[in-house]
Design a protein around this ligand. Structure first.
Ligand SMILES: [Zn+2]
Length: 303
């Protein structure tokens, strides 16, 4: 018999906290977003509790029907210990988030990282549904990756999947991580905007650079091509190591559609020889992917 309960799934971002209630068939039955409070971890936990209470109230769901709570946060997050080691977007270091949240709910709480949550959702419900081996790569302000290997997410104690900090150009620009020439310094939305601005002498967002590429702007094409080449280099390395069948590109930059997908496909084609040829596709679940993944994880814990 299908479980009659609901899980609450919450994705805590730097600017907004998104929450859903998810039923046993993995559909979102209610949704609410609130701004992320700036007063530190406790304020965020209170806000998560309030958000879940509101969702339960709105749907006239008693807390007794709440079967679990899944929470995704950004950064280096250890699912096993429930610790957020570093969440730069939230200003957190070594926060025992799961136990703090567990004090606020009677249902069991699971904690994970937002990128792995989105990866889990894409691999169960979205663009990588058919694959046991997949890479889910959000390309936005930063770049990260969820690695699905033999149908399981690789966590590495929270440290796996940091594709954005693979060094592509050892003598390149300094990265926020302390290294130089990381993928993120060339191919993130922020890097594309910055590199275009320096060369063209004009401010533009990554989205505007993408539009300029389509319009034939020479500098925009140069910056874009460097970004997609760097992305292809790192993805080819991942495919060589992991044998991925599907690469799902998500995040803000994937809004560029074929302008992003086509050169990455060509770049992989040029770099791979004997390796499995992955399909390169756009993410299917959009901005709710993190919530859906946190919800799936919460359902996995429900017995
Ligand atoms: Zn870096």
């Amino acid at each position: 018999m299908t479980h009659r309960g609901l899980v609450a799934a919450v994705d805590v971002g730097g600017t907004a906290i998104k929450g859903i209630l998810m039923d046993a068939s993995h559909s979102a039955v209610a949704r609410r977003d609130v701004p992320t409070p700036r007063q530190g971890p406790d304020a965020v936990f209170d806000c998560v509790q309030e958000l879940v209470d509101r969702l339960l109230d709105e749907t006239a769901t008693g807390t007794s029907r709440l079967a679990g709570v899944g929470v995704a946060v950004p950064g280096i997050v250890d699912d096993h210990t429930g610790t957020a080691h570093v969440s730069a977007n939230l200003g957190w270091r070594e926060v025992l988030a799961r136990s703090e949240l567990a004090n606020r709910f009677t249902a069991p709480v699971v904690l994970t990282q937002d990128v792995r949550a989105a990866g889990l959702a894409e691999s169960h419900l979205g663009a990588a549904r058919s694959a046991d081996d997949a890479l889910v790569v959000p390309v936005g302000t930063g770049i990260a990756g969820a690695l699905v290997v033999d149908g399981r997410l690789v966590t590495g104690g929270g440290y796996a999947g940091e594709l954005g900090h693979v060094v592509v150009d050892p003598s390149g620009e300094p990265c926020t991580c302390g290294s130089r020439g990381c993928l993120e310094t060339i191919a993130s939305a922020r890097a594309i905007a910055r590199r275009y601005g320096v060369r063209a002498g004009a401010d533009a967002s990554a989205r505007e650079v993408a539009a300029a590429v389509a319009g034939g702007d020479r500098v925009a094409r140069e910056v874009w091509s460097e970004a997609t080449e760097a992305l292809a280099t790192v993805l080819a390395t991942c495919v060589t190591v992991l044998g991925s069948e599907v690469i799902v590109l998500g995040g803000g930059l994937s809004g560029a559609g074929r302008l992003l997908l086509d050169p990455v496909r060509t770049g992989l084609e040029e770099r791979l020889t004997f390796q499995r040829r992955p399909q390169v596709v756009a993410a299917a679940l959009g901005e709710l992917a993190g919530c859906l993944g946190a919800g799936l994880l919460a359902w996995e814990q429900v017995v």
